[in-house]
Design a protein around this ligand. Sequence first.
Ligand SMILES: NC(=O)c1ccc[n+]([C@@H]2O[C@H](COP(=O)([O-])OP(=O)(O)OC[C@H]3O[C@@H](n4cnc5c(N)ncnc54)[C@H](OP(=O)(O)O)[C@@H]3O)[C@@H](O)[C@H]2O)c1
Length: 293
Amino acid sequence: MTEYSAVRAGTFKIGSDLEVNRLGFGAMRVTGSGIWGPPIDRDEAIRTLKRLPALGVNFIDTADSYGPDISEWLIKEALHPYRDGSIVATKGGLARHGADIWLPLGRPEYLIQQVHKSLRNLGVEQIDLWQLHRIDPKVPANEQFDTIKSLIDSGLIKHAGLSEVSVAEIESASKVFKVATVQNRYNLVDRTSEDVLDYCTKHGIGFIPWYPLAAGDLAKSGSLLDYVATQHGVSPSQIALAWVLKRSPVMLPIPGTSKVKHLEENVRAADVDLTDDQFNALDAEGRKAFQRK
Ligand SMILES: NC(=O)c1ccc[n+]([C@@H]2O[C@H](COP(=O)([O-])OP(=O)(O)OC[C@H]3O[C@@H](n4cnc5c(N)ncnc54)[C@H](OP(=O)(O)O)[C@@H]3O)[C@@H](O)[C@H]2O)c1
């Protein structure tokens, strides 16, 4: 173990029983441009994934659609058999027909097919956490939720979550299966999902913010974020991540990278202890920046 570690971020129990260190890893970036095909530097992508256990990162987020399949294959190649309680969460429900093209596809037979494919890709008999990447508006939502329930009942997946959903959608899904996590875009300057985060915090649902490193104009030289970063001797994006981590005990950020150096920088954010004053001042600046957008 290194002198810095994701362990410093504290832990969260997904579905009340799978304990992970709260600072995770997003494996979308270990793919090609447009999240399509293999990464340009495959060796560095594998090195990045292999570095995770030593850094205490034991929560890895991926999806069948990243590559597609490439991200799951590389995770298996680098980390299988998964040790030290490492949890690999994957997603399904987006079809890919080319670079940067993502189309919701929530027909039950497709979701079930993709879960079987992810099981093989990851080399496991049960997926720890499987998340519906998008609710497909062309398919009745309850058909998709019933399919998830059947996947849990058959033991193919242990826990299930949703992505890019509203509070109303979490509530209606919760009538069918236990929603263990919600994965919505969230960062210091994108507060669209503030109500969803509060709901998850209240109900002990893991909230996985994607694009957690973003800080927009707040990261500019001379800004409050820049000032706080200088005080802590770290970068603005490390402060943005530390802020996200402090925002809620159910927060499970998954910063993504294909480079060991960036991974190590991101994990160091778990070491940053923001004071309440710093947290509140950044919160206010972030909200203002969000309202200006
Ligand atoms: N549920 C959804 O719909 C959804 C959507 C998007 C993403 N996600 C998940 O969320 C994860 C994170 O999202 P994201 O990748 O969009 O956002 P992110 O983690 O906030 O940012 C990733 C970008 O920042 C760069 N980066 C990472 N660490 C850096 C560092 N220390 N210094 C400089 N640049 C750095 C990466 O490039 P390098 O590779 O060059 O480091 C990459 O371009 C994804 O991996 C994926 O698992 C989910």
